[in-house]
Design a protein around this ligand. Structure first.
Ligand SMILES: NC(=O)c1ccc[n+]([C@@H]2O[C@H](COP(=O)([O-])OP(=O)(O)OC[C@H]3O[C@@H](n4cnc5c(N)ncnc54)[C@H](OP(=O)(O)O)[C@@H]3O)[C@@H](O)[C@H]2O)c1
Length: 249
């Protein structure tokens, strides 16, 4: 996710002229080859032992949720923007001192600056946080941490669920005789077309536009309904949200 974040930020370098980007972590040197491939300058900041200096910085936390307690943050940051699933503001406050705290839930489409990102910002500096997160894609602000956790379903983990659906469609195409290459190309373009259609139509409108009474599409939909496809997806999302809330343990 940290790499996706940096790639997204790099695509909006002109909006970040007032910032100096630095990365650190347990072994930030590991990231050197990746950083050299970026079209922007990112300085590697070695940690002093397990201590990371954050004085007056905007700190974008992108480590594992349980990793937060394994590092020590020295000084008072200006703002902490945390990507960590399941780690609430009170927990962030005990680990990193800062004037402002923001939680967000992006997804890996940040790599193309196309993330759907939720943001929860209880403090006044939300415009600056939003401007940074908009470098990664679109931002939807939510009013509580509960809603931020809920957005694992709609954006944080959603791309994995869409991945499952894409795999299923490709396999179905291959099963019916298309080559793997043909099926993959067609499904990828169908997802791109669907994304464009969603800009102006609801999912229901798209379904209705394709579904002829007594036709082929409704025959398939009928099977999905019998197998409770939507209900299974909702259950899976619920499991993801519940697990997400425990990740800092
Ligand atoms: N993946 C997603 O789609 C997604 C979406 C939204 C939010 N997030 C959040 O983004 C964060 C990173 O997730 P990820 O999927 O990018 O994981 P990841 O690819 O496994 O990267 C984890 C990073 O955390 C560091 N780390 C792991 N354990 C640590 C520890 N004990 N102490 C300090 N650093 C530690 C790793 O450092 P080393 O290089 O030293 O191992 C690595 O840089 C998580 O908090 C997750 O909740 C992820």
């Amino acid at each position: 996710m940290a790499q996706a974040l940096l790639k997204g930020l790099a695509q909006n370098a002109s909006k970040l002229e007032n910032y100096q980007l630095q990365i650190t972590g347990r072994d930030p040197q590991k990231a050197r080859p990746f950083l050299q491939s970026l079209p922007i300058e990112v300085k590697i900041l070695p940690p002093h032992g397990k201590k990371i200096e954050v004085q007056d910085s905007i700190v974008l936390l992108a480590i594992k949720p349980y990793g937060l307690k394994s590092l020590r943050y020295e000084g008072g940051a200006y703002m902490v923007i945390s990507l960590l699933a399941g780690v609430g503001v009170p927990s962030l406050q005990t680990h990193v001192q800062s004037t402002h705290y923001v939680r967000c839930m992006p997804n890996i489409a940040a790599i193309h600056a196309l993330s759907a990102t939720t943001m929860y910002a209880p403090s006044a500096q939300k415009d600056e946080a939003r401007a940074i997160l908009e470098c990664l894609g679109q931002v939807v602000e939510v009013e509580s941490e509960t809603l931020l956790d809920a957005s694992l379903a709609t954006n944080g983990s959603a791309l994995a669920f869409l991945g499952m659906e894409a795999q299923g469609l490709i396999s179905a195409g291959v099963c019916a005789g298309l080559s793997q290459e043909q099926a993959s190309k067609l499904v990828a373009q169908s997802f791109a077309g669907f994304a464009k259609l969603l800009e102006t139509s609801s999912p229901q409108e798209i379904i209705e536009a394709i579904t002829t009474p007594g036709g082929a599409t409704i025959a398939g939909i009928s099977v999905l309904e019998q197998k409770a496809f939507k209900g299974i997806l909702m259950q899976a999302c619920q499991a993801t949200i519940e697990k997400g809330r425990t990740l800092s343990n």
